[in-house]
Ligand binder design. Sequence first.
Ligand code: TRP
Length: 455
Amino acid sequence: MHAPPSDPNKRGAFGSRLGFILAAAGSAIGLGNIWRFPYTAGENGGGAFVLLYLVFVVALGLPVLLAELSLGRASKSNPVGAFKRFFPESWWPYVGGLGVLTGFGILAFYVVIAGWSLSYLGRALSGAFDGAMTAEQSGALFNEIISSPLETVAMAAVFLVLTASVVRAGVGGGIELASKILMPVFFLLLLVLAGRSLTLPGADKGIDFLFGTDFSKLSGQGIMSALGQALFSLSLGMGAMITYGSYLPDKENLPVAGAAVAFFDTLIAMLGGLIIFPALFSQGMEPAGGPGLVFVVLPTIFHSLPMGSLFAVAFYGLLSIAALTSTISLLEVVVAYFVDEKGWDRSKAVMLIAPATLLLAVPSALSQGAVGFFSKFIGGKGFLDVQDILFGNISLSVGALLISVFVGWKWGAKKALEEMGDFSLGAIWSILIRFACPVAVGAVLVTYVVGLFGE
Ligand code: TRP
């Protein structure tokens, strides 16, 4: 599907509006919703964090999403090329460069978590979830998986190979197909799991935790995490949506597509929370369990369903596919950069970048107990957590800040609005992207950095 990008008219393109919405939603929906959202909400005290996250999605995420999509479609280019196209002699293309680097950095830890999901899929297929599983047994299984160097590295590698083979084939067919058929199935399955979790004894404590707002629990770090989570979940701040926008046909209505993506992404994160927290409190577990939280909680739900193993297989299978549609978008950004800007052949780009990603993924994979040095890397945090904070929170926020300044002021909100076509809330978008986004994101970053030194 992908033609040599030297001819801008022949870039790969999405076949239909629905195809694009599903592919962009496929990028947005992934481990961020099911794994990262519940665990960061758990670490940051629940309700107040969730509320702030929702505010950030609507007031900052959606405007930045529309900014990225319109910049991408107007420039028909990768993140670096998008800035270059309008201001070749400026430093702005470096913002795109930061995005490419960030994509690489996120991909390198994301495939490790996706690898855990594959490990669980394997366990589910071999009937590991047939009998009842207590919280302790589930915790022991998790530890067995993450502390095995061979298994975690191998599964991350398998996941990278899967990602690389789709990206090598180019956008279009593969991404659209996976998104179109499998994501709706995933959604239905999540509804069933949430239904089960919500009817477990003691489930109401989970609801209280998720929606009871106690702002005293929110630290400067929590605010940073809420912003990072809003951006991460919507795949913003590093140009993934610039790249996807560049494949979007001109006639499509950007605001509608963007709003649909943000809506489904947020809905699924909420479903993730509604699955995890009721079950967690029903089991008497601790919400601040860190990156392993979801993986430990979920198996305790399956056995309480009829045909639980079947649900387990379906769940881990679909979670892996949801993760795949996200890793595709991450790798696609890095590949599109080397193809468009450096003139590399698509296959060559994939063949070089995927192994490089694996190299950076290894320390993350070994950071959950397998190797002490990586497990307590900086300030007691493991290599994976450090990667996640650095790329997933800070770098995305810096990226979103610069993208909103660029689109709002440098390229100009007016040009972006022309690209979006007339839309009734255009004036509000303009205010948000020019003022609210830069100011709020800047303030969160400053608070966070000051907090780091205050410690
Ligand atoms: N949004 C995806 C998730 O929630 C992860 C992801 C894909 C991403 N592409 C991205 C995050 C680009 C940040 C930037 O799982």
